[in-house]
Ligand binder design. Structure first.
Ligand code: SF4
Length: 507
């Protein structure tokens, strides 16, 4: 859910200026007889990694819909007293990622609209690509829109008012909504879950009780949010599927999508976003990350004494690299578990300082060693530059960087908040130049082909646009011109080489 709205001159105002940030987390539950507010709290807690800016939930008891949301982490927004006041048998919840510059209450979700018997609430994971057009359609003035989710809520409110039925309103509105969305919605009677036809962002279904006598149902962005509330994973919601959950169980409703397309689940969910214990496309994410490291070791070997990962997301791929290369695995950096995340610091110098506060080297492990250091991605290069410097200052004789996702050269328009393309280090540097900028003895990225091989479900079914520039949908109008220029430069550069690996002279 990206805050982004058009301006009169056709440009756009975006809060999309930080580093890579997670998508949002969404959750839904229909479970008579259970404390749904407490279970929603637990589900959101399991999805906290997808967003730390704000948290909220809406709870319904058949007559009323109550919404509580605020800035902060799940455990900051809700306590036992708040939860005990939220009585009902169904709920939806949301965690929103953190940004600087647009961190305000108005962006917190669920969004609520007082239409119908008790109104409806909506939570959104993803980012729409035609927000400006939709806002014009619904008659919202520039400046009156807080988020793309607000625009959808407004469209639904108009249609709901006309049709008197939220499912009918969804079928009318969803086909004109473009981009990435996994929505959870709720009115006083039913819970809804829907994924866009590409299925950019995940959404899964869980069940309470045995298959032949279900006692309730849950929806969540990731599978661990189901298991920790005691629900059994049933299946992923299909791309383009709308499910309705009520006293009769779970039903799929056919949405008259304007076009049928192939699924494009975000491949970066596997490399970084999703929890390691999540299952996507039937694969456990941790294991796919280990395989990324194994394939990276075969693709870009290094002579070294120790393999280490940049905590925490680089660790599984480092384990895989060590396993495949036969080089011992060790922990060379300790992460302070209680520190805020580095992207909160807005200035480059502050970000670098934040890396030092977050990560500290284990000198006795490192001194005199040639290191392979595995990380999940390079965005601006702030973390890697600091890490390489720290390791050298601690006595490492060589530092070979290995990255378990391909070079990040293109911005994301589907719900992952990336910096502008100018700030993406790989967008304007060759891999060789990047190794030099980062101070590494060598640098290598996994190829797109090996990334897909590591996931192990075939070549198709993924969005990989941030690595390839092949966007599955039209990009927002404000971005198209700038991307056109980049494409021309890319085409020229491609004639020179498509490099994933660089070893600096003298190494
Ligand atoms: Fe994911 Fe990248 Fe596609 Fe965005 S552009 S959805 S981050 S693969």
């Amino acid at each position: 859910m990206l805050t982004c709205w058009g301006t009169g001159d056709g440009t756009a105002l975006c809060d999309n200026v930080g580093t890579v940030k997670e998508a949002c987390g969404v959750f839904g539950i229909y479970a008579p007889g259970r404390r749904v507010a407490n279970l929603t709290f637990d589900g959101l807690y399991a999805l906290q990694h997808r967003g730390q800016e704000s948290a909220g939930m809406a709870v319904a008891d058949g007559d009323t819909v109550m919404v509580v949301k605020d800035m902060g982490l799940v455990a900051t927004v809700f306590d036992e007293r708040t939860l005990s006041a939220l009585d009902g048998h169904m709920a939806i919840g949301h965690t929103r990622y953190s940004t600087h510059g647009s961190s305000d209450w108005a962006g917190a979700q669920p969004v609520y609209r007082p239409v119908g018997r008790a109104g409806f609430a909506l939570g959104h994971n993803g980012n729409l690509t035609n927000t400006t057009e939709l806002a014009e359609k619904v008659g919202m003035l520039p400046g009156s829109i807080c988020t793309d989710s607000d625009v959808v809520a407004e469209l639904l409110a108009q249609s709901f008012t006309e049709t008197g039925d939220l499912a009918t309103a969804l079928c009318a509105v969803l086909p004109i909504v473009e981009g990435a969305f996994s929505f959870v919605l709720m009115n006083s009677q039913r819970v809804f879950g829907v994924r866009d036809p590409y299925g950019f962002r995940p959404l899964c279904l869980g069940r309470f009780g045995p298959p032949d006598a279900p006692e309730g149902w849950a929806l969540a962005s990731e599978t661990p949010a189901l298991s920790i509330i005691g629900a059994t994973f049933v299946r992923e919601i299909e791309p383009g599927e709308l499910v309705v959950i009520d006293e009769d169980g779970v039903h799929s409703v056919e949405v008259p999508w304007l076009k049928s397309v192939s699924p494009r689940l975000c491949i970066f969910e596997f490399a970084y976003i999703a929890r390691p214990d999540s299952r996507l496309y039937g694969q456990e994410v941790h294991e796919t990350r280990c395989r990324m490291g194994e394939l990276l070791a075969a693709q870009a070997p290094a002579s070294a004494d120790l393999v280490m990962g940049v905590p925490e997301s680089g660790v599984p791929a480092a384990e895989g690299f060590a396993r495949a290369s036969g080089i011992p695995y060790g922990q060379g950096l300790v992460k302070n578990r209680y520190i805020g995340r580095s992207f909160i610091a807005p200035e480059q110098k502050d970000r670098a300082d934040a890396v030092r506060r977050k990560l500290n080297p284990l000198r006795d492990t490192i001194v005199g060693k040639r290191l392979v250091v595995v990380d999940d991605s390079i965005v601006r290069g702030t973390t890697q530059r600091s890490v390489v410097r720290m390791l050298r200052e601690s006595g490492a004789t060589e530092v070979h960087l290995r990255i378990s996702s391909p070079p990040w050269r293109w911005p994301c328009f589907y719900g992952i908040d990336t910096p502008s393309q100018e700030e993406l280090l790989a967008a304007h540097h060759s891999v060789e130049e990047m190794a030099s900028v980062l101070g590494a003895d060598s640098l290598a990225y996994i190829t797109v082909e090996n990334l897909k091989a590591a996931i192990g479900v075939g070549e198709d079914g993924f969005c990989d646009a941030c690595f390839t520039g092949a966007y599955p949908t039209a990009v927002p109008a404000y971005a198209a011109v700038a991307l056109g220029g980049t494409r021309r430069r890319e085409a020229e550069a491609a004639e020179e080489s498509v490099a994933y690996q660089a070893v600096l002279p003298g190494v």
